[in-house]
Design a protein around this ligand. Structure first.
Ligand code: PEP
Ligand code: MN
Length: 337
């Protein structure tokens, strides 16, 4: 529910509405939209007060239907958010490419990939040090050693680093090395983890769950932002459908749908959607054409021996070729890359 105040209402009237809701134990969110002040009634306690609020001086209208995710919705904040990671801005005019291996494997591997993708125009370095693997027998990541390598190669190549955090107790450690914390698809509804990354400062890359709806993704983002961290970027990475020709189905419509519903930046991960390297450039181009603010892509110097996701990792040359194509598409939709 949203209380729309009369543009001519006084400060005293505004304060009276806010005080009334707070005194009754309700939670609210105040935003200014053009010359209107909107007061979002967030929880059940606040919503129950709507009939009384409607009669208060200075109140123009109470709108009955509002998204259940006020902090991230465009209704409350019509202007798009930009999320800064080091010197990189996500959600601005420039499409940001984040590239690197699925897993950090060794210093040599990460240096080779990092230098190559930076040269071709990647702005951020990706790589997993704590890996959420389907099988307990698969490579689980190098842990802190991997984080140290990310910091080293990120610094050397001038790229801020994004890496996954899988457990609340690891947040402090991961945040001490990385510039951005990734919440993986499997953890999108790990609500403790969401609240914890919401109560620290590092920007968060939130990936859509394998079987999650757009609304569930937005509610997951709401957990982070309502806990105090507004620096959230959403990532469409493919969802599980009946189709088996690809690892997942890239929900390309989710990009414009999300852009319409939220002010948060939205990026696309073509690698985990495709599951197959030859498809990745096609999905990346589609993502940018659909309005994505960035691309998260897996690249490996020797995919045949990669410890995870080799099949979907671009080679160094493959990445260089894709970047040329992406530049053309970004230009066609009025963006830089
Ligand atoms: C990853 O980015 O390597 C990853 C594990 O992605 P997702 O959580 O989307 O499967
Ligand atoms: Mn991967």
């Amino acid at each position: 529910m949203i209380v729309v105040l009369d543009p001519a209402c006084s400060l005293r009237e505004k304060a009276a509405v806010v005080r009334f809701v707070e005194q009754q134990g309700g939670r609210l969110l105040v935003t200014v939209v053009g010359d209107e002040t909107h007061i979002g009634l967030i929880d059940a306690e606040a919503k129950a007060l709507a009939p009384e609020i409607e009669t208060m001086p200075g109140v123009a209208e109470v709108k009955g239907v509002a998204p259940p995710y006020p902090h991230v919705s465009r209704e409350h904040q019509p202007g798009s958010s930009e999320v800064r990671v080091g010197d990189v801005v996500i959600g601005g005019q420039e499409v940001i490419v984040m590239a690197g291996p699925c897993s950090v494997e060794s210093a040599g591997q990460l240096e080779t990939i990092g230098r190559s993708v930076a040269k071709e125009g990647a702005r951020m370095l990706r790589g997993g040090a704590f890996k959420p693997r389907t099988s307990p027998y698969s490579f689980q990541g190098l842990g802190e050693e991997g984080l140290a390598l990310l910091l080293q190669v990120g610094t050397e190549t001038g790229m801020p680093v994004v890496t996954e955090v899988v457990a609340p107790e690891d947040i402090e450690l991961v945040a001490s090395y990385a510039d951005m914390l990734q919440i993986g698809a499997r953890n999108m509804q790990n609500f403790r983890l969401l609240s914890e990354v919401g109560s620290q400062e590092r920007p968060v890359l939130l990936k859509r769950g394998i079987s999650s709806t757009v609304e569930e993704l937005l509610l997951a983002a709401e957990y982070i932002v309502s806990a105090g961290n507004p620096r959230v970027v959403l990532c469409e990475r493919g969802i599980r459908t009946f189709e088996t020709a690809t690892r997942n189905t890239l929900d390309i419509s989710a990009v414009p749908v999300l852009k319409a519903k939220t002010h948060l930046p939205v990026i696309v991960d073509p690698s985990h959607a495709a599951g197959e390297r030859s498809l990745v450039p096609h999905l990346a181009r589609a993502g940018i054409a659909a309005g994505a603010d960035g691309i998260l892509v897996e690249v490996h110097n020797d995919p045949a021996v990669a410890l995870s996701d080799g099949k979907q990792s671009l080679t160094l040359d493959g990445f260089a070729n894709m970047m040329k194509e992406l530049q053309a598409v970004a230009g066609a939709v009025g963006r830089g890359l």
